[in-house]
Design a binder for this molecule. Structure first.
Ligand code: OAD
Length: 243
């Protein structure tokens, strides 16, 4: 059964870790949020980086090394095909920091939680832009990498307690969407989990909108979706997004 996402519709797609699960990338809640007996919330924070930057670089170095071994799955490819069909009318916002959407052919991808294969200066006042960085062994080097300004370099990732990127642009895209499609997100982390609520508000104001969830289990915000399709994204999306 197709969702009939025709090229005249504006489609906002929000993906979470579930869309990469079948590529072998652990989701946050499946891994019980643990890494080497550290809670991810203890490692992926500005405080953790200030206290032990080498530990944080070891965490991200291992994720970079793993990311180099995985490939897109049919869910990523189905979303890339949707964009090829809809063009500018398909906007893909991902909470994921892997590059699997791009590897599958998606072009317009907004990484609201940052990108694993990028680093940036840790000094917020430094004008140096984030840059592509695939180095996975930084924690093993005698000196941790520093920006030309002297400050430590850090992963270009949104840590707990930090603000996701480009929220204004994301909200503008949600405001113009006819269809909101969320794939593989537990719906527990805001502001991403609140975006579907913007669609419900628009409906309450009389606009014709449609909200669809695709994932292994119903998300915490399932009540905000008109349709919840439960199953693996890699198995469901190709059929649901078929032209
Ligand atoms: P979660 O791990 O919270 O949720 C993943 C969702 O994907 C769950 O609801 C699973 O049921 C579902 N899932 C698992 N395998 C699937 C599959 N094969 N097909 C479809 N769905 C599947 O990950 P997110 O919701 O993405 O934040 O987590 C949101 C944010 O929480 C992350 O971006 C991260 C974390 O804290 C930051 O890094 C700032």
């Amino acid at each position: 059964m197709s969702l009939r996402l025709t090229p005249d519709l504006e489609v906002f797609v929000l993906t979470g870790a579930g869309v990469s699960a079948e590529s072998g990338v652990a989701t946050f809640r499946d891994a019980n949020g643990l890494w080497e007996n550290h809670r991810v919330e203890e490692v992926a924070t500005p405080e953790a980086f200030a206290a032990d930057p080498r530990l944080v670089w070891r965490f991200y170095g291992q994720r970079r090394a793993q990311a180099l071994t995985v490939a897109p799955n049919p869910a990523h490819r189905a979303l890339a095909a949707l964009e090829a069909r809809l063009g500018e009318r398909c906007f893909l916002c991902t909470q994921n920091v892997d590059g699997l959407h791009e590897a599958a052919g998606s072009v317009r991808v907004l990484h609201m939680h940052g990108e694993l294969m990028k680093s940036r200066c840790s000094d917020p006042a430094c004008p140096t832009a984030p840059f592509v960085d695939t180095r996975a062994d930084l924690a093993d080097q005698a000196e941790l990498p520093r920006c030309a300004c002297g400050a430590l370099q850090r992963p270009h990732i949104v840590w707990f307690g930090e603000v996701p990127f480009e929220m204004h642009r994301i909200k503008r895209q949600v405001q113009r969407a006819d269809v909101f499609l969320c794939v593989g997100s537990s719906g527990v982390v805001y502001p991403a989990a609140g975006l579907v609520g913007e669609m419900q508000y628009r409906r309450s104001m009389g606009e014709r909108v449609r909200t669809i969830y695709v994932g292994l289990e119903a998300p915490a915000n399932a009540s905000q979706f008109d349709e919840v399709h439960t199953g693996k994204a890699g198995e469901l999306l190709p059929g649901l997004l078929a032209a």
